[in-house]
Design a protein around this ligand. Structure first.
Ligand SMILES: O=P(O)(O)O[C@@H]1C[C@H](O)[C@@H](CO)O1
Ligand SMILES: O=c1cc[nH]c(=O)[nH]1
Length: 314
């Protein structure tokens, strides 16, 4: 098999991958007798991972454990699977770090808030997919975000995940050096999702850049945190610059999600609904039932995509 050039910024151990060797990029793993996925409470010795997870084709991740349980129950109904939705159990119940639910070929996992939390989850998820010998898996982050110039309730499918300087890259400090990885996502997947959104009534959706920050308050230019070091005008100027750079929403995980999936050759997409328009305020004051409906929108979109891929819809 001819090697292909790795689609990222060249920080991998040799810069090349074998096309069929998915997904992990770590030569040290080959010599380990057992791999303990500590935060999932799973291990290659105590669990038959190929039997448990070998048929997975779609992985959906999001911050909240309750949301990802609700998504698992929703997809169970959407795919008309046998059994009672109330019997879907948390595979990671031996740990309270993450929650994981398997529904047919769909895995639903919570990742907590922020880059470090999702990054740990992704390391273990990507190893899990590899140990289980999964192939052709699509990954989706279905989350919430602050909109930049969009009506609340709009779903943003991420074109490029950008950092707080609007750069399409993710920086990770490794052994005291900064490693920079590209955060470009799969264009075809984003286009397919946009097409799906057009087939669903009342699902306003756009493709745009998503800014990933390391904080919800000052880091996202909010004036309502415990600390604030800037004026209202400075905040609005920053949001205007973000909008000019193509940013349509702000959240806290997309850059590392995009970077890790890209290095590991996993097709991935980020779909986050906007809870508010940040040009109009900082506080999330929308009624609870409206927020719940908003959070369901990326789930409806991914469910439609999955059903189409599985041949449930023409
Ligand atoms: O997946 P969720 O909705 O948790 O993602 C966003 C980004 C942060 O994790 C969190 C902040 O409220 O929401
Ligand atoms: O404004 C928002 C809303 C949800 N999540 C974020 O990270 N920011």
């Amino acid at each position: 098999m001819a090697p292909i050039l790795l689609n990222s910024m060249g920080n991998e151990h040799n810069g090349y991958i074998e096309q069929e060797k998915v997904y992990v990029k770590n030569p040290h793993l080959d010599s380990m007798e057992e791999d303990i996925l500590y935060h999932f409470n799973l291990s290659t010795k105590t669990h038959n991972l190929p039997e448990m997870f070998g048929d997975i084709k779609f992985v959906c991740v999001g911050g909240s454990a309750n949301r990802m349980k609700a998504f698992a129950q929703f997809i169970h109904q959407e795919l008309n699977l046998q059994g009672n939705v109330d019997d879907i159990r948390d595979i990671c119940e031996g740990t309270d770090r993450y929650s994981m639910y398997k529904v047919g070929p769909v895995l639903s996992i919570s990742h907590g808030m922020g880059v470090p939390s999702i990054s740990i989850m992704l390391h273990e998820l990507i190893k899990l997919l590899d140990h289980a010998r999964c192939r052709d898996v699509n990954l989706f982050r279905i989350g919430t975000s602050g909109g930049v110039g969009l009506a609340p309730g709009t779903v943003v499918i991420t074109d490029k995940a950008v950092d707080s300087f609007f750069r399409p890259q993710f920086e990770q400090v490794v052994l005291g050096k900064v490693i920079v990885r590209s955060t470009e996502l799969d264009e075809e997947l984003a286009r397919d999702l946009l097409q799906c959104s057009a087939e669903i009534p009342n699902l306003p959706t756009v493709i745009g850049n998503t800014m990933c920050t390391h904080d919800f308050y000052e880091g996202q230019g909010r004036l309502d945190g415990a600390l604030c070091s800037f004026s209202t005008e400075e905040k609005l100027e920053y949001l205007r610059k973000a909008h000019e750079a193509g940013v349509r929403n702000i959240e806290m995980e997309s850059t590392v999600f995009a970077a890790m999936c890209r290095v590991c050759n996993l097709k991935a997409a980020v779909l986050c609904v906007t809870l508010l328009n940040r040009f109009e305020g900082d506080q999330i004051s929308t009624p609870h039932d409206v927020l719940v409906e908003y959070q369901h929108r990326p789930q409806r979109l991914v469910s439609h995509f999955i059903k189409k891929r599985l041949g449930y819809l023409s």
